[in-house]
Each structure stands twice: as C-alpha cells, then as structure tokens.
Design a protein around this ligand. Structure first.
Ligand code: ZN
Length: 139
C-alpha cells in the first residue's frame, strides 16, 4: 500500500479510508501537510473546514452513513448542508482533505477524511495566530 501523498510504501498505513468510489491510504502527517498546504494557498478554506467540522459534530450520528460505511464514518453531508458549491468541494477532494462517500445522480455526499487531524491542524493554526498577536501587543 502506498501513501497517496508521499508515495512511500508503508506496510501499515495510518489511515485507510474507503469511500464508494475511492480508497485512500495516507499517513496522518501527510494528511496534515495536505491541509496546511490547502489553507496556505487559500485562507478561505480555513473557514470552510471549520464549518464542516461544526456540521459533522452537530449531526454526530446518522445511521444511514454509518450503515453504508460499516461504521467508519458517522456522518456525511452534501454541498447544501455546508453551503459551499461543488467546485470548492472538488478542490478539497483533490487535495484529499475530504472524501466522496456516496454519489448518485441527485446528490454527492462527502465527509472529512479525518476529522481529528483536521481539527488538530486548525487548532495549531489558530494558536500560531494568537502567539503572533501576543508578540505584537508586547512591543
Ligand atoms: Zn505519506
């Protein structure tokens, strides 16, 4: 199995994620890198990711998704749930930050590749911002 980000072979990938149309093997560190790169390219993705995290945490358990993913994912959403249009979501999919869990002619349902890792990155970015501000006020 090969990590889709760093392309090194790893006998035990840290994250194995299976959607309807895709199977992802990625190191947690590599996923973090993907999220950092995405946000550094476009700041607005930080807000979008926050919105997604909030939605996923509010819904928590939807039986439909957990049944279809054998419990791997507890929640999925479509673009209307988040209020973000498909081109931006496609960008997140191509950067491996979210995954397409199911799609039919009428809708596509997504989920964060790994919510904990995404939260970790956002927390790190926030705390970096705070340190910068603190340093400024000290001057
Ligand atoms: Zn990797």
């Amino acid at each position: 199995m090969i990590c889709i980000k760093c392309h090194t072979i790893d006998p035990i990938p840290e994250l194995e994620i299976t959607g309807e149309h895709s199977k992802i093997h990625i190191h947690r560190q590599c996923l973090k890198k993907c999220i950092y790169e995405l946000i550094s390219k476009k700041e607005e993705y930080k807000e979008i990711l926050k919105r997604i995290i909030t939605y996923e945490e509010e819904v928590k358990d939807d039986k439909y998704t957990s049944q279809l993913t054998q419990g791997k994912f507890s929640v999925s959403w479509n673009w209307r749930d988040i209020g973000v249009f498909a081109p931006k979501l496609n960008k997140l999919v191509s950067e491996k930050v979210i995954i397409v869990l199911f799609s039919s002619r009428s809708e596509t349902r997504y989920a964060l590749t790994d919510r904990d890792t995404t939260k970790e990155v956002l927390d790190e970015i926030e705390s970096e911002c705070e340190t910068v501000e603190e340093e400024r006020t000290e001057e």
